[in-house]
Design a protein around this ligand. Structure first.
Ligand code: ADP
Length: 227
């Protein structure tokens, strides 16, 4: 079996430890994500989905437990190594797209590549390919405000994938879209995962969408269990 793209082992996270408003969000959460699969993370609001995604994506540090990305143990890594791995290996998509409003769709997908040292012609070619793969190539020159919600979210997926990460983390990525649009965004994502061997972990409330993913996990009292 190929090496997991993400392995979380025994992750614990408590906010406001020792204070009266202490929240033990994660209590030994473990999961592995193989390449080329989309896994749903289903749990009610407040269960700790965002906390888990932030820890998996090296945006936050757990109190205990181990985070491995592509077989590399990031547990004791310093800020620079964490930032480097995050930029190269991890793409994020949020409920609201967070695209840069003053740049076109194309530029939003080009800029992260330039930041990683890609030459502009190659970055633009890759951005156009990505936009084309999710059906928004004809919107490349529009700014986000001129795009529909579904188009914006598809551009946000392209931006997350701009530097060809091996891990995609998405937090309620279709949460503010109507069913038909969320269906289209999801279909585009599945095609990309199959094509690139990406591993995706998608937090969602949408049980119908979750049912179409390869695997479903749930957060139960701070631990990850099959859904
Ligand atoms: P979900 O994404 O499933 O809605 P979160 O991971 O956002 O859950 O939050 C889990 C719990 O941790 C919630 O009770 C939330 O209020 C609390 N929480 C999240 N972030 C912080 C923080 N920075 N400080 C204190 N409490 C937090």
């Amino acid at each position: 079996m190929s090496e997991p793209t993400l392995r979380l082992s025994g992750i614990a996270k408590t906010y406001n430890a020792g204070r009266e408003n202490e929240v033990q969000v994660l209590r030994g959460a473990s999961l592995t994500l193989p390449p080329g699969e989309v896994t749903a993370l289903v749990a009610p609001s407040g269960a700790g989905k965002s906390t888990l995604l932030h820890i998996a994506g090296l945006l936050d540090v757990p109190d205990a437990g181990r985070v491995e990305i592509g077989g590399q143990d990031m547990t004791g890594a310093g800020d620079r190594a964490r930032t480097r791995t995050r930029r190269r290996e991890v793409g994020f998509v949020y409920q609201f797209h967070h695209l840069l409003p003053e740049f076109s769709a194309l530029e939003n997908v080009v800029l992260p590549q330039l930041a990683e040292g890609m030459a502009k012609p190659e970055a633009e070619a890759r951005a156009r390919r990505l936009l084309d793969s999710v059906g928004v190539a004809d919107r490349a020159d529009h700014r986000p405000a001129a795009l529909s919600g579904g188009e914006q979210q598809r551009v946000a997926f392209c931006r997350a994938l701009a530097n060809a990460p091996r891990l995609l983390l998405a937090d309620e990525p279709t949460g503010n879209l109507d069913p038909a649009t969320s269906d289209r965004v999801f279909g585009a994502l599945m095609a990309l995962v199959r094509e690139t061997g990406l591993a995706a972990l998608i937090a969602t409330h949408n049980l119908e969408l979750a049912a179409r993913m390869d695997r479903r996990l749930r957060l139960d009292d701070g631990r990850v269990v099959p859904a």
